[in-house]
Design a protein around this ligand. Structure first.
Ligand code: 4NP
Length: 155
């Protein structure tokens, strides 16, 4: 079974939305995958997703209200097959914990699924308005469609 972890900075805005969307789509397609999310910082450890992320996801039909922030750790390289990060600083922070080339090979900027090789970021919506949360949802929704397509043809 494929195991995927979504990673952002705080694990309260972007990566919980990615986790929720992918779980929703996997359920819809009857795909059995393990999905989790984590933050490169532990500043929000133990917190539920940001209220604005929860509300926006709910508006789009995805419930992330029960998710809880946790920090990314080295053990995650063993526990997961694929580590999708939201931006270049997440990529640097995760890569800094990698022990070998196998660990590094698991890490990918999530929007490279949609725009291959472009290293585009899922913009951090934390300091912005509601439109930023909707933009994040739409970008991640498209990226998660690619993941489901990939896994559907593989298994
Ligand atoms: P996230 O967003 O990385 O998408 O969860 C952020 C959450 C918190 C902060 C920044 C970004 N912060 O500065 O506290």
């Amino acid at each position: 079974m494929q195991k995927i972890v979504m990673v952002c900075l705080g694990n309260i805005c972007r990566s919980p939305v990615a986790e929720g969307i992918l779980r929703h789509k996997a359920n819809q397609h009857g795909l059995k995958i393990t999905i989790d999310s984590a933050g490169t910082s532990s500043n929000h450890e133990g917190e539920n997703p940001d209220r604005r992320s929860q509300a926006n996801a709910k508006k789009n039909g995805v419930d992330i209200s029960t998710l809880v922030s946790r920090p990314f750790t080295i053990k995650d390289f063993d526990a997961f097959d694929k580590i999708y990060v939201m931006d270049a600083s997440n990529y640097r922070d995760v890569k800094a914990l990698a022990r070998n080339a196998n660990d590094i090979a698991k890490v990918e900027m999530i929007l490279n699924l949609v725009y291959p090789g472009s290293n585009k970021a899922v913009p951090d919506p934390y300091f912005g308005g509601e439109e930023g949360f909707q933009q994040v949802f739409e970008l991640l929704d498209t990226a998660c469609d690619r993941i489901v397509e990939q896994l559907s043809t593989k298994y």
